[in-house]
Design a protein around this ligand. Structure first.
Ligand SMILES: Nc1ncnc2c1ncn2[C@@H]1O[C@H](COP(=O)(O)OP(=O)(O)OP(=O)(O)O)[C@@H](O)[C@H]1O
Ligand SMILES: [Mg+2]
Length: 336
């Protein structure tokens, strides 16, 4: 399970504060597809709804420990991360969630002023493993994090740990509206906590290519991403992953059976789309992205004023909001 030397884990946060766009389905399906390609993969359920945990056939109530126990409480009561991780398939492990994760935001809030609340997940996964094993962050080739539909402290913790962001998106009316706020949050975390953070891609989910609206949204998205190519913004290397994930009933059915789509209906087009998208994600790694080395070493700068605005946005990055993460006002615009 140890990553080959010189190949640090790709830690990818799947985030979109809009609810029901396909974050959990994509985290499970991309992760399972990557594991089936022989790459050691850890999925982290950072959503109090625990949908990812349930999708993988685990009952959060029956588990001794979940990710909640790693994030809060006195050090003495904290389980070792190796006692929380559950194997769910060949090359595939999960760090499960429980509904009590909902309490983390308020429990950690007093520690936001010092900037420690935003780092608890990263610290938990950077501890040496049991019996001298490598820390979790060095043990896998891929770590995929499923976020709740909000930009609150749990998502901030995912961004502090990750080196990449993948945005599942449905090409619907107002689909791009929340993107500005999302990218502002990524920019703030890059400046405050994680200079190496970049947006690697967008994944179109539940896609209906035949609609004019979907085609218009995709064209808008393409223009926006293209305009960022020569800007010092975290999404300048972002691509729309291929193929889009078509709507497929098997993808909606498989969670009730506690199975990934590859176990439940391996030949359906949902499985085929996710398999190909996983291959595209693997191919679009840091080494393959020209200029990414400078991303990792860059002293993070505020997003350029010249960056193209996201279509139908609520507003550009406000410089006054660029420090508050460390000062106690982490982005917390929740909502579906
Ligand atoms: N390609 C697809 N075809 C059909 N149904 C899908 C597809 N992708 C996801 N679904 C279904 O759509 C619903 C929402 O998907 P999912 O739970 O992955 O979204 P989410 O963004 O994680 O939601 P939340 O914001 O609540 O966490 C689920 O019932 C899921 O099974
Ligand atoms: Mg979800």
């Amino acid at each position: 399970m140890v990553s080959p030397p010189g190949h640090p884990a790709r830690i990818i946060t799947l985030m979109n504060q809009k609810g029901g766009v396909g974050k959990t389905t994509s985290t499970v399906s991309l992760g399972a597809a990557i594991a089936r390609l022989g790459r050691s993969t850890l999925l982290i359920d950072l959503d109090p709804q625990a949908h990812l945990t349930l999708h993988l056939g685990l009952d959060p109530v029956a588990l001794d420990h979940t990710v909640y126990d790693l994030l809060v409480g006195p050090d003495a009561d904290r389980p070792h991360v190796d006692d929380v991780i559950q194997p769910v398939g060949k090359h595939l492990d999960v760090l499960p969630a429980h509904v009590n994760l909902a309490g983390v935001e308020s429990e950690l809030a007093p520690r936001m002023v010092t900037g420690t609340a935003q780092r608890v997940l990263m610290q938990a996964l950077s501890q040496p493993g049991a019996d001298g094993a490598a820390p979790v962050v060095e043990r896998y080739e891929f770590i995929l994090i499923d976020c709740p539909p909000s930009l609150g402290l749990l998502t901030v913790n995912a961004l502090t740990l990750a080196n990449e962001v993948l945005v599942p998106l449905q090409a619907h009316f107002l689909a791009l509206q929340g993107l500005s706020q999302l990218l502002d949050t990524v920019t703030m975390i890059r400046q405050s906590f994680n200079p190496a953070l970049r947006v690697s891609g967008v994944l179109l989910c539940m896609h209906e290519n035949q609609t004019l609206l979907a085609q218009e949204v995709i064209a808008d998205l393409g223009r926006f991403l293209d305009a960022a190519r020569d800007q010092d913004v975290p999404w300048r290397h972002a691509k729309v992953l291929e193929p889009p994930i078509r709507r497929n009933i098997k993808l909606a059915e498989c969670p009730s059976f506690g199975q990934t789509v590859f176990d439940y209906a391996p030949t359906c087009h949902g499985a085929r789309d996710y398999r190909k998208a996983a291959e595209d994600l693997i191919a679009h790694g840091p080494a393959e992205v020209a200029g990414v080395a400078s991303d990792a070493t860059v002293t993070a700068e505020p997003a350029s004023d010249d960056a193209a605005p996201v279509p139908t946005v609520e507003g550009a990055a406000d410089p006054d909001r660029l420090q508050p993460v460390a000062q106690g006002a982490a982005p917390g615009h929740g909502g579906h």
